[in-house]
Write a protein that binds this ligand. Structure first.
Ligand code: SAM
Length: 255
């Protein structure tokens, strides 16, 4: 498998970078849920529920879980009343595990569709979704983030909601230092214990440390056209959900 550090040095093109990411998650898929529970100290379900709640009333409509992995956000959305969920990801293996999870609960399976593809070119009609959510995925599509946000905007109905759960960095310098140590030492150790491999966690650390600040990400969402953009933090700022709305009518004052 290509080494991520080498890819960075060679200023890789989008396709090569995407191949690396897809392969990484294909390999991680069987152990992904176990790793997630352990590294979040079993808090991720609560964060996901809050992410869905931040969609407001739109949460009861059609929800796209973008870069859904094993579909945990879509699962929360159905439990919290969504009519229909779309579980969308580029990794065939992650989707296989998502399908298996939903199959075990047949009432959920009937309201879930599973789609393979890339986030910057979504196979949904304009305005098809009431809400779009995404968890821990924006770092993976950072190389074409604006294209992805434009697609999220396009597929949302006017008045639709977006909520994006992502790793962030605490504001307090001391806590930030602790968070960096956690990412450098504790997370690879948990990764090794739960998945038997510490290599993918160098990639996770790298992408977290180079991702946008909360303020920068808010501005990117606003630039994509979203309004009323805010964030909600967990774990003293180590995790954040950014959420906002597609305006009913686009006017200069909305931007
Ligand atoms: C860290 S996992 C997050 C999975 C899930 N959303 C969650 O909350 O646990 C990142 C996911 O992004 C997916 N991904 C990476 N690049 C993608 C792309 N271009 N389009 C769609 N999904 C992508 C990966 O396959 C992986 O499932």
């Amino acid at each position: 498998m290509t080494n991520f550090a080498d890819l960075k040095q060679s200023d890789l093109d989008r396709q090569k970078r995407q191949e690396y990411v897809t392969q990484l998650f294909d390999n991680l898929a069987p152990r992904y849920d176990r790793f997630n529970r352990a590294v979040s100290l079993f808090r991720d379900e609560a964060w996901r529920n809050k992410t869905i709640q931040l969609l407001g009333e739109n949460r009861s409509g059609a929800i796209l879980d973008l870069a859904a992995g094993t579909g945990d956000l879509a699962h929360s959305a159905l439990r919290l009343g969504a009519r229909q969920v779309h579980v969308f990801d580029i990794s065939r293996e992650m989707l296989t595990f998502a399908k298996e999870k939903f199959r075990r609960q047949s009432d959920m399976q009937t309201n879930a569709a599973f789609e393979l593809g890339s986030a910057e070119s979504l196979p949904f009609k304009e305005g098809a979704m009431d809400g779009v959510v995404s968890g821990f995925a924006m770092r993976n599509v950072f190389h074409f983030l604006d294209d992805v946000l434009a697609e999220v905007y396009r597929v949302l109905k006017p008045g639709g909601s977006v909520a994006i759960l992502e790793l962030s960095q605490p504001d307090n310098p001391l806590l930030r230092h602790g968070f960096r140590l956690h990412m450098k030492i504790v997370m690879p150790a948990i990764g090794k214990l739960t998945t038997g491999d510490s290599a993918p966690f160098a990639y996770l650390r790298e992408t977290t440390m180079t991702f946008l600040t909360r303020e920068q990400f808010k501005r990117r969402l606003e630039r994509a056209g979203f309004v009323q953009v805010k964030w909600h933090c967990f774990m003293l700022g180590a995790i954040a959900v950014h959420y906002g709305t597609k305006p009913h009518r686009t006017s200069i004052s909305d931007r």
